[in-house]
Design a protein around this ligand. Structure first.
Ligand code: ADP
Ligand code: TRP
Length: 325
C-alpha cells in the first residue's frame, strides 16, 4: 500500500531550544518512516518579518543544519526550501482569486496583529493562502503542526473544497496532526521555555552553556536529607524528557527517598543532558563544515517537490482555463 503523504513547513526563526525539540522537531523525525514525508524551510513565509538578505540566508541554512542534525534522513524524506518551488506562489495567486477578504480577516494571526495595532503587510494577511498552496500542491494527507497553526490547515482544507467546487475535483483534503501530546517543557526559570523569556537551554548547547543554564534553575529550600517531590521540581521536569524508563524510575526514587540535594540533582542533569546533546551538536558542527553537501540535499529535495508541483499545476492551469494550447 502507498504511504500517506506528510508535509510540514518550518519557519526559519532563531536558535532552537530543547522545548522546540521535544515539542515539535522530534516528532518530524519520529514520523519519517511512517509517511512519505516532505519537510521544507518556509523561507517566503519568513519574509513577512525577515527583510535582511544576510539574516534570511543564515536562518535558512540554520534550519537545514538543525533538522539534519536531529536526524531527518534525506534518504527517507524530501527536504527542500519553499522558494525553490515557485509554482507554490503561482498557486497562491489563484487561491487569492477565489478567497474573500472577510474570510481572510477571520484568521487568528491577522486578528492578533490587528489587535496589537501592528503594521500589517499584505504578506501577513495572505500568509494562509501561501501555506494552503504549500500543502495542496503536494497532495498532502497529513500536516503536523503546533496548535497555533491548526487554523491555517483548516484554511487549506476550505480552500481545497472551494476550488474543487468551482473547477471540479482537483485537490486532496489535508488533515492537521497536532503535535501537542508532549507537555510544555519548562525553562530554567520554571515558566514555559521560550526564546522570548530568555530561559532556554539551546538544543545544540556546549557543555559550558548547559552547565550555566542548569545551575540557574530555581529550587526550594529543602536540605539534602529531606525527601523531595520530583513532580514539583523543574530539574526533574527537564531530566525526565530524555532518559529511559528504568533510569527515570531510579531517579524518581532518589528524589523521594531523600539524601540527594538539589546540587547533586543538577549535576546528574548536566551529565545526562551533555551526553544527550553531544552527538547532535557534533553532527551539526560536521554538517556546517560542508555546506555544499547540505545544499545538494536541498537541491535534490527541490527536484522531487518541483516535479510533483509541476504535475499538479498542469492540472490546475487546465482547470481554471489559462491552458489554451
Ligand atoms: P518560542 O516560544 O521559543 O518562540 P516557537 O513559538 O517558535 O517557540 O515554537 C516553535 C515550536 O516549538 C512550536 O511547535 C511550539 O509548540 C514548540 N515549543 C516551543 N516552546 C515549547 C515548550 N516550552 N515546550 C514544548 N513545545 C514548545
Ligand atoms: N506557518 C507555519 C509556522 O509558522 C510554517 C508553514 C508554512 C507550514 N507552510 C506550511 C507548516 C505548510 C505546515 C504546512 O510554523
Amino acid at each position: 500500500m502507498n504511504k500517506k503523504i506528510l508535509l510540514s513547513g518550518v519557519k526559519p526563526t532563531g536558535t532552537v531550544h530543547i522545548g522546540n525539540y521535544f515539542g515539535a522537531m522530534k516528532q518530524m523525525v519520529d514520523l519519517q518512516d511512517k509517511y512519505e514525508s516532505y519537510i521544507f524551510i518556509a523561507d517566503y513565509h519568513a519574509m513577512t518579518t525577515v527583510q535582511n538578505k544576510a539574516d534570511l540566508k543564515q536562518r535558512i541554512i540554520n534550519v537545514a543544519l538543525d533538522y539534519l542534525a536531529i536526524g531527518l534522513d534525506p534518504q527517507k524524506i524530501t527536504l527542500f526550501k519553499q522558494s525553490d518551488i515557485p509554482q507554490v506562489t503561482e498557486l497562491a495567486w489563484i487561491f487569492n482569486c477565489i478567497t474573500t477578504m472577510p474570510y481572510m480577516m477571520r484568521a487568528h494571526a491577522f486578528k492578533d496583529a490587528e489587535a496589537k495595532n501592528k503594521e500589517i503587510n499584505v504578506g501577513v494577511f495572505d500568509y494562509p493562502m501561501l501555506m494552503a498552496s504549500d500543502i495542496l500542491i503536494q497532495d498532502a494527507d497529513i500536516v503536523p503542526v503546533g496548535q497555533d497553526q491548526k487554523q491555517h490547515v483548516e484554511y487549506a482544507r476550505d480552500t481545497a473544497q472551494k476550488f474543487n467546487r468551482i473547477f471540479g475535483e482537483t485537490f486532496r483534503l489535508p488533515e492537521p496532526l497536532i503535535l501537542s501530546h508532549v507537555d510544555t517543557v519548562p525553562g530554567i526559570d520554571g515558566r514555559k521555555m521560550s526564546k522570548s523569556y530568555g530561559n532556554v537551554i539551546p538544543l545544540f548547547a556546549t557543555d559550558e552553556e548547559i552547565k550555566k543554564a542548569v545551575m540557574k534553575i530555581p529550587t526550594d529550600s529543602k536540605g539534602v536529607a529531606e525527601p523531595k517531590n520530583p513532580d514539583e521540581s523543574a530539574i526533574f521536569a527537564i531530566h525526565k524528557l530524555f532518559i529511559d524508563t528504568e533510569k527515570l524510575k531510579n531517579l524518581r526514587e532518589k528524589y523521594q527517598k531523600g539524601g540527594m540535594g538539589y546540587k547533586e540533582a543538577k549535576e546528574l542533569l548536566i551529565k545526562d543532558l551533555s551526553a544527550f546533546i553531544k552527538p547532535m551538536r557534533e553532527k551539526r558542527e560536521k554538517l556546517a563544515k560542508d555546506l555544499d553537501a547540505v545544499f545538494e540535499i536541498l537541491k535534490d529535495g527541490a527536484k522531487k517537490a518541483s516535479m510533483n508541483a509541476d504535475k499538479k499545476m498542469k492540472v490546475v492551469r487546465e482547470k481554471v482555463g489559462v491552458e489554451i494550447y
